[in-house]
Design a protein around this ligand. Structure first.
Ligand code: FES
Ligand code: FE2
Length: 395
């Protein structure tokens, strides 16, 4: 399948185009999914951010949600009082276990089902019992609180995370931060086959002696599209797009030329380590890089939709462990080495690229005016997968 060129017009200089919220594309449900797909699980916060009796405010798919913890159990309830619409998190007030009380006029809700069970300023009010606000299912795994954003009965969490993420003999550490771009630009940057170019001066490359090419070309006799597989069988979840880099279909570009003259040369150092045998992107919004940032580690990233122009970027590294001391060693390495060198030293380049891309797509015209080329085929397949299988377009 040839990646479509959706426009005959060149990409213009001006960004002042009339908004086209629903341009004609081959992935209409993807273009429409401005704030993602509901009826899926999303990471909301790290478990250690939410202490017993504490609260954490998050925004998922445009919904303000308050996380709380009672008796060790994480709970999620709409962070919006039904009375006058203020956020509970503006002045959190939990006066009794399993309840949240609004700081303004004392409306008090049950965390279990969101029902208004009392009004501290108007005891006996006939409104009590007549109002409910949304609550959300939660599940904690690998040190992360996941929230099911949807109305249907939640399916198992494993359907919405990359294969291997929940493996029992592994430990995960990570960070999260807000990025000023739509979630789709995060996901697409992750699986973009030629974007390694932006990382060429990353301190991670010499710092961990990695062989990271500037780009990739299909090797002779190979159609590079054949190295991409799509997991989209009817009942199989998670569904995703997998790029296989270790099968000889690609030749790395270390020497960049303009009209035959070398202008950039980034040849790997002797003994440089090979990484990224596979790169895969999974519904609703997670990438898996195997291995990365070292041959002994695997990385995962979630691009969680916050609103139309922001996503929460979860950057996670997973290590195989078989003992407490393995966990301690990995945690030390994570803090001393990988946070600075990989999660910032490398991924800050990705954040820069996504935020720089936002302007072009923000009004909806970018999906029509972009000019994709061959190596973008993984992005095309991802869009098609989402368009077909993303559960519900979030509103
Ligand atoms: Fe919440 Fe009035 S706004 S109780
Ligand atoms: Fe990147």
């Amino acid at each position: 399948m040839t990646p479509p060129n959706l426009t005959s017009a060149p990409v213009g200089e001006s960004t002042e185009r009339p908004p086209d919220p629903t341009p004609k594309t081959k992935w209409p449900r993807y273009v429409e999914a401005v704030i993602g797909y509901s009826e899926h699980w999303y990471p909301a916060a790290f478990s250690d951010e939410l202490e017993e009796g504490g609260v954490v405010a998050v925004t998922l798919l445009g919904k303000n949600i308050l996380l709380t913890r009672t008796d060790g159990q994480a709970r999620a309830i709409s962070d919006r009082c039904a009375h006058r619409g203020v956020k509970f998190s503006a002045k959190p007030l939990c006066l009794k276990k399993d309840t949240v009380t609004c700081w303004y006029h004392g409306w008090t809700y049950d965390l279990e089902d969101g029902q208004l069970i009392d009004i501290l300023t108007s005891p006996g009010s006939s409104t009590i019992g007549q109002v409910t606000i949304p609550v959300y299912a939660t599940e904690e795994a690998k040190g992360i609180i996941f929230v099911f954003v949807g109305e249907a009965e939640p399916h198992p969490l494993r359907a919405d995370v990359p294969p291997g993420f929940l493996d029992p003999d592994t430990y995960v550490r990570g960070i999260r931060r807000r990025v000023q771009s739509n979630w789709r630009l995060g996901a697409e940057n992750g699986i973009d086959n030629t974007h390694a170019f932006i990382h060429r001066d990353s301190p991670l490359i010499p710092g961990n002696n990695l062989a990271l090419p500037l780009g990739l070309v299909a090797s002779a006799g190979h159609d590079h599209r054949a190295s991409t597989t799509v997991v989209n069988n009817k009942d199989e979840w998670p569904k995703g797009v997998i790029d296989h880099f270790g099968d000889g279909a690609y030749l790395p570009v270390f020497d960049a030329k303009i009209k035959g003259e070398t202008v950039l040369s980034y040849l790997p150092q002797p003994g440089a380590k090979r990484v990224v045998n596979t790169l895969s992107l999974w519904l609703p919004c997670a990438i898996k890089v195997d291995p990365w940032p070292d041959p002994a580690l695997i990385s995962y990233e979630f691009y969680v939709p916050v609103n139309k122009s922001e996503h929460e970027y979860f950057q996670l590294i997973q290590s195989k462990v078989s003992s407490e001391s393995d966990i301690e060693n990995f945690c030390r390495e994570f803090e001393d080495r990988w946070t600075d060198l990989a999660l910032h030293g490398f991924n800050d380049d990705d954040v820069f690229a996504r935020e720089a891309t936002e302007e072009f797509y923000a009004d909806g015209n970018g999906w029509r005016d972009e000019h994709l080329f061959g190596p973008d085929h993984s992005i095309v397949r991802w869009r098609q997968l989402c368009s077909k299988h993303g559960r519900e377009i979030a509103r």
